[in-house]
Write a protein that binds this ligand. Structure first.
Ligand code: ADP
Ligand code: GLC
Length: 491
């Protein structure tokens, strides 16, 4: 199958969160299964060094209101993969310090930037004659693509029968813009109505993706069910309910070339399920030393690597820090985002020297070292479409403690006596989302770590030896693509 996968971020080029890992991981898995895959993303010049941009293979021009805007199409590849990567190079839009936000504010022209990107990719597919069977768009940044496919592209000879798939990575981001931005989509005014592109008077790109795609997916089965309810649907639960069985939840996989403790070049010593020590111990000791925590193998070290937003459950952690430090515990935080949470973490580090470390920033290497060096991983997210860090933790023998929601519920099985006995337990999960339930879960973990090391080791082994790779999920995406093709062909 020929697949065009369009994403606003992808590792190793540009990343703010899990979408970047998923875009590349899925694209690589599909390519290695023999499909012809092109992955397209913007050429963020300040994130992608010139030598990593490949070569120019073409140019496109898109009418954006009164002006025609050009972009170069650069093509590069990834080592040891047949995947092709297109970088859409338009410096006015993409030569910026960040991807979406600067100094706490979204770029004012984000709708223009990503509508241009979406349209430029489709134009490039046409000009360069890469005629895909499936165009797979992700999140609001590319939400207009399914609408263009259905309303315009499919009417052309070249793209007749092309199927569209839209994946929701996070319902919290709608891509909501003033109604006059509709003009930037190149689509007719008649589509700006409450059943299609409009939501509370605004142009809504998430809703657009959902309503026009042949198949809609989200990144875990539990989140697929949750978003059909008002608590999680962010206003679009009714729209999602209308999708019926065209909405499918597929748990993200892990790119085992990037996140694998047996091979990871970013950690001080590699290890695996059948040779945990001395590697894991060395990773812990190094982390404690490098972050100026007390070097103490018996202290239980908790890690957390995250975007600092309301989503991630910091409101359960911060007020309970005093209680959490009652035991022989240490905490390592790495994150960036909301200035309020950045401040909060800095403050914890100052108040608890040697016990709490907080690094504000985005550091790939440190993220790997925390996954490897910590004993347990905190992910008490209020909601979590999938979550990758709990899966990385499972693979790295770092026991996750999570709120039982979305993809966390699908990957972390609580260490109840029954689950331990039947060999399914992989971590600790709590519900409801309350400080009491959270603390109880943490104390269960501390109790097991300190007094029942046999159970702890068994828990860790189950997580480390389960298949978290993309193989399984990529096969599920193929089934979705086939269904999208059938729907695209039906009148
Ligand atoms: P989300 O996409 O909601 O942020 P995920 O768990 O799916 O959550 O993915 C987050 C990804 O981003 C992980 O690969 C994680 O390691 C990475 N990440 C988040 N914050 C940072 C940071 N400050 N430094 C390095 N990596 C980070
Ligand atoms: C989003 C979600 C996260 C998910 C990631 C990749 O950022 O918040 O849960 O893992 O997308 O799909």
């Amino acid at each position: 199958m020929r697949i065009l996968l369009v994403s606003s971020e992808a590792v190793p080029f540009a990343k703010t969160g899990g979408l970047a890992d998923v875009a590349t991981g899925l694209a690589k898995a599909l390519a290695s299964d023999g499909h012809e895959v092109v992955l397209a993303l913007p050429c963020y010049r300040r994130h992608i060094p010139e030598e990593g941009r490949g070569e120019k293979i073409g140019q496109v021009e898109v009418q954006m209101r009164m002006k025609r805007v050009r972009a170069d199409i650069l093509e590069t590849d990834l080592p040891e993969s047949s995947l092709r990567v297109w970088l859409i190079d338009q410096p006015n839009y993409f030569d910026r310090a960040s991807l979406y936000v600067e100094g706490g504010f979204d770029y004012a022209d984000n709708s223009e930037r990503f509508l241009f990107f979406s349209r430029a990719v489709l134009e490039a597919a046409h000009n360069l004659y890469f005629l895909p069977h499936i165009i797979h768009a992700n999140d609001w940044q590319t939400g207009v693509i399914p609408a263009i496919v259905r309303e315009q592209l499919r009417q052309t000879v070249d793209f007749n029968g092309v199927g569209s798939v839209f994946t929701i990575h996070n319902m919290a981001f709608h891509g909501s813009f003033p109604p006059w931005d509709l003009e930037l989509t190149g689509l007719p005014q008649k589509l700006f109505n409450w059943r299609q592109m409009e939501f509370y008077g605004q142009l809504d790109l998430l809703k657009t993706g959902i309503t026009f795609a042949d198949m809609v997916t989200t990144v875990s089965p539990t989140y697929a069910r949750e978003i059909c309810r008002s608590e999680f649907g962010c206003g679009l639960d009714a729209v999602l309910n209308e999708c019926g069985d065209h909405l499918v939840g597929i748990l993200n996989g892990v790119d085992m070339d990037a996140w694998n403790p047996e091979l990871d070049p970013l950690i001080p010593k590699t290890y695996g399920a059948d040779h945990l020590q001395p590697g894991k111990g060395i990773c812990k000791e190094t982390l404690q030393r490098e972050l100026e925590l007390e070097v103490n193998p018996s202290a239980m070290l908790f890690g957390m690597v995250t975007r600092l937003t309301d989503q991630k459950g910091l409101d359960l952690i911060a007020p309970n820090m005093e209680a959490l430090l009652q035991g022989n515990t240490q905490f390592v935080f790495l994150g960036t985002g909301d200035p309020h949470y950045e401040e909060l973490l800095r403050d914890l580090e100052i108040r608890y020297p040697g016990r709490v470390s907080a690094t504000i920033g985005f550091h790939e290497k440190l993220a790997h070292r925390i996954e490897a060096g910590a004993d347990a991983y905190l992910m008490p997210s209020r909601f979590e479409p999938c979550g990758l860090n709990q899966q990385y933790s499972l693979l790295y023998g770092t026991v996750p403690i999570v709120h039982r929601t979305g993809g966390l519920a699908d990957s972390v099985i609580d260490a109840t006596p029954e689950n331990l006995a039947n060999g399914t337990a992989t971590g600790f999960s709590f519900t409801p989302y309350t400080p009491a339930a959270f603390l109880e879960s943490v104390w269960s973990a501390v109790g097991m770590f300190q007094h029942r090391q046999d159970d702890w080791q068994r828990l860790l082994q189950i997580g480390m030896t389960r298949d978290w790779s993309w193989n399984r999920s990529a096969r599920e995406y193929m089934r979705v693509y086939e269904r999208a093709l059938e729907r695209a062909k039906s009148p």
